[in-house]
Write a protein that binds this ligand. Structure first.
Ligand code: GLA
Length: 364
C-alpha cells in the first residue's frame, strides 16, 4: 500500500466541531487523511463515520461525494439518523422480528424498523464513541460491544482500520473476536453522490453489480429465503445500467423498496478481494469501485431521503439524492443458516472475524 500523508487534525472540544452535549462524548475527534493526489477523507470516532470524501472529477475539480454534516454535533443531534457514513452493526441490515436462536438460546433484539431489527438496534455502532488510534496512512477505531448490549450475546471486540492510499482507495479492514458465540455483520453506510453531495438525484448514475442473483424480500424488506435470477428484471446490473431506468418499474420487489433497497449475492470466483460494484457519474466522470471479500452487497437508492435533512453544503438531501453500496452478508442470515446465499454470520470464541472492503475512486 503506497504511503498517504496523514495529518491528524484533532478538533478540541472548545472549537465547536465536537461541541457535543453528552459528557462521555468528550473524546470525539475528527481525523483528516490526505494523499499525494489531493484526495481528502475525514473520519470521526463517533460512529466510525466517514464525514467527508473529496475527490477530483475528470477536469480535476474537487468535490465532496459523501452525504453528511460539517460537524459531529449535527450527526448526534440531527432530526433523523439515516446512518450517514457510519459503520452499522452488530448486525448490519435486518433481522426478522428481531429474533434469532443461537446454540439453542433465543435472543430478542430491538424491533427498531417496523417489526424488524435494523443496523444493530436503537444504539447501534453508528451511535457510539469508538477509541481511536492513529496508524500509518490512517486511523484504527475500536469498540467493545458488551455481552447483552442491544440484546446480542458475547463481548465483541471490534475494530475498523481506515487507510487512504495514493491510488485513491479508502481501505476498510474490520476485525473482531468474541468470548461467547454471537453474530456479527458490519459494514460502512456512506451515501454517495458522485456529482457532489447535495447536487440532486442519483438516478442519472450508471451502476454495475457483479451478481446474477438477489434475495427477494417481503413488504418489510426481509428476505423470503428465495434466490432469484436477475435476468429480464430491473435488478440486472451485470452491465453498466442507469439507475433511473428501472427504479420505478412495475415490479413487486421495486414496489416493496420502494425503489432499490435490495441485496445481491455476488458472482464470486473465490474468497478474496473482488469487484462487487462499479458506480459512474457521467457529467463529472467520477467512478467508484467497491471491492470486497464479502459475499453480498445491499444497493440502497436513498428512498427514505425526503428533503428534511440539510447537509454540509447547506443543501437539502431530497428523494434519492444519495445511494449506499453496503458490502455484507445477506440480510437475516442468522435465520437462514446453511442455506445457499446465506453464508454463516456466527462468530465463536477462538475464531476471528476479518474482512476488508475498498472504495476506490477514479475518473474516466
Ligand atoms: C439500509 C436499509 C434501508 C434504510 C437504510 C437507512 O440501507 O436497507 O432500508 O433503512 O439502511 O435509512
Amino acid at each position: 500500500m503506497k504511503k498517504a500523508i496523514l495529518s491528524l487534525i484533532a478538533c478540541a472540544a472548545l472549537t465547536g466541531c465536537t461541541a457535543v452535549k453528552v459528557s462521555d462524548f468528550d473524546s470525539i475527534q475528527e481525523y483528516t487523511l490526505k494523499n499525494k493526489n489531493g484526495m481528502v477523507v475525514k473520519i470521526t470516532n463517533y460512529g466510525a463515520i466517514i464525514t467527508s470524501i473529496v475527490v477530483p472529477d475528470r477536469e480535476g475539480n474537487m468535490a465532496d461525494v459523501a452525504l453528511g454534516y460539517d460537524s459531529v454535533d449535527s450527526y448526534i443531534n440531527a432530526i433523523d439518523r439515516p446512518y450517514f457514513g457510519a459503520v452499522v452493526g452488530r448486525y448490519g441490515n435486518r433481522i426478522a422480528k428481531g429474533k434469532f436462536t443461537l446454540d439453542g438460546v433465543e435472543y430478542e433484539l430491538a424491533t427498531n424498523n417496523g417489526e424488524n431489527h435494523l443496523h444493530g438496534g436503537n444504539i447501534g455502532f453508528d451511535k457510539v464513541v469508538w477509541t481511536a488510534e492513529v496508524v500509518e496512512n490512517g486511523v484504527k477505531l475500536s469498540y467493545l460491544a458488551k455481552d447483552g448490549e442491544e440484546g446480542y450475546p458475547g463481548n465483541l471486540k471490534l475494530s475498523v482500520t481506515y487507510t487512504l492510499t495514493d491510488d485513491n482507495e479508502i481501505v476498510m479492514h474490520y476485525e473482531a473476536t468474541t468470548d461467547k458465540a454471537t453474530v456479527v455483520n458490519v459494514t460502512n453506510h456512506t451515501y454517495f453522490n458522485l456529482a457532489g453531495e447535495g447536487s440532486g438525484s442519483i438516478n442519472g448514475h450508471l451502476l454495475q453489480i457483479n451478481a446474477s442473483k438477489t434475495t427477494p424480500v417481503d413488504a418489510g424488506l426481509i428476505p423470503t429465503g428465495e434466490l432469484a435470477d436477475v435476468t429480464g428484471t430491473p435488478f440486472d446490473f451485470r452491465q453498466p445500467t442507469e439507475i433511473g431506468k428501472g427504479v420505478d418499474a412495475d415490479n413487486q420487489q421495486i414496489k416493496y423498496g420502494p425503489g432499490y433497497d435490495h441485496n445481491w449475492v455476488l458472482d464470486r470466483k473465490g474468497d478474496g478481494m473482488e469487484v462487487a460494484a462499479v458506480l459512474y457519474e457521467p457529467t463529472s466522470g467520477r467512478v467508484l469501485e467497491v471491492i470486497t471479500e464479502e459475499p453480498s452487497i445491499q444497493f440502497y437508492g436513498g428512498n427514505f431521503l425526503d428533503g428534511r435533512l440539510v447537509g454540509k453544503s447547506g443543501k437539502a438531501y431530497g428523494y434519492r439524492s444519495g445511494l449506499c453500496l453496503e458490502t455484507q452478508h445477506s440480510p437475516d442470515s442468522i435465520n437462514h443458516e446453511g442455506e445457499e446465499g446465506w453464508p454463516s454470520v456466527i462468530l465463536r470464541p477462538g475464531e476471528k472475524y476479518d474482512t476488508t472492503t475498498i472504495y476506490k475512486f477514479s475518473v474516466k
